[in-house]
Design a protein around this ligand. Structure first.
Ligand code: CP
Length: 324
């Protein structure tokens, strides 16, 4: 029995992962089987940040359900939005989110919002300020397209991918999944690793998280995982290796790059430590910084399958919202 979503911003909006996963596999098998369910409905997509996969997969998912889509890139193609209540708007923001979100809500049946962490204002980031303001003022169900803290559609697509491989390889036990920090020249948010950890800890897998000292994630997301600073040890026996860079979260280091240690790059030699493990990354990735060409271009890489499953994840979520 479907349990429709009124919002999709984290794994906590999902009452039970197993039926959602089965539904996703049905959607993947017959993507056009529900092509009327969204007829005359509109998905508004609001981007505060760049995107390739999320932008395109959300639109394709909506089209597969018969929905129309509208995309707005805030601040470049539309007015720069003021996000703070009570602001005196005598600087560079032109429209308040109270009106902006409400207007987008008036045009849409469901709204997707992408708003990354600033990595400079930890209080605003950890309160999911931008996403919360849309939830407050849009008046329509909100789907997170990656917020300051989480990327639930990515994590759902990752879970679908792991389940597909688990079935294909007939893995009967709980697979060992390793989330490992990897180097990157820029400071990146913690949303993908937070969210991946949160989803994996609810799924039927064993999760290990490896990162250099100082890169501890918020334990609200990682409690229950095996945590280590030894990547090689973590990779032993892994069925899935999920590489991702993130910046520091704790204390005064928030949002900072503490190291670019190349010994954390995922190479073929690193993959040989695993149990014939599969390589995963949400993309985009920096080749030969986060992961070597030899891994990304090998048969063990699942990155394109993960990206394909972004359509499946988005379509399954939208379908449940429309069902509701
Ligand atoms: N993985 C992901 O969210 O990709 P985009 O940033 O390109 O949307």
């Amino acid at each position: 029995m479907n349990s429709g979503f009124t919002a999709f911003t984290s794994v906590h909006d999902v009452p039970d992962l197993a039926p959602l996963l089965e539904e996703a596999l049905r959607v993947k098998a017959s993507p056009l089987a529900w092509s009327d369910i969204g007829k005359h409905k509109t998905l508004g997509l609001v981007f505060f940040n760049s995107s390739l996969r999320t932008r395109l997969s959300s639109q394709k998912a909506a089209w597969n359900l018969g929905m129309h889509t509208m995309v707005v890139n805030v601040g470049t193609e539309s007015w720069k939005l003021e996000m703070h209540d009570g602001a005196i708007m005598d600087s560079d923001t032109v429209e308040h989110v109270k009106e902006g979100a409400a207007v987008i809500g008036a045009y849409s049946d469901i709204i997707g919002v992408r708003a990354f962490a600033s990595l400079t204002d930890k209080v605003a980031d950890t309160s999911e300020h931008t996403l919360s303001q849309f939830q407050r003022y849009a008046g329509k169900p909100i789907v997170s397209l990656e917020s300051a803290l989480r990327h639930p559609l990515q994590s759902f697509a990752d879970l679908i991918t792991i389940e597909e491989i688990r079935r294909l390889a007939n893995i009967q036990r709980r697979p060992k999944v390793v989330l490992t920090w990897a180097p990157h020249p820029k400071a990146l948010p913690q949303a993908v690793p937070n969210s991946f950890a949160e989803w994996m800890l609810k799924a039927d897998v064993d999760l290990t998280i490896a990162h250099p000292e100082g890169y501890e994630l918020d334990e609200a997301f990682t409690r229950g995982a095996v945590l280590t600073h030894n990547q090689d040890e973590a990779l032993q026996g892994a069925d899935f290796v999920y590489a991702k860079n993130w910046s520091a979260f704790l204390g005064d280091s928030y949002g900072r790059v503490l190291t670019r240690d190349a010994s954390w790059t995922i190479t073929a030699a690193k993959m040989r430590l695993t149990n014939d493990g599969k390589f995963m990354h949400c993309l985009p990735t920096r080749r030969n910084v986060e992961v070597a060409d030899e891994v990304l271009d090998s048969a063990s890489s699942l990155v394109i399958q993960q990206a394909e499953n972004r359509v499946v994840a988005a379509q399954t979520v939208l379908k449940r919202m429309l069902d509701k």
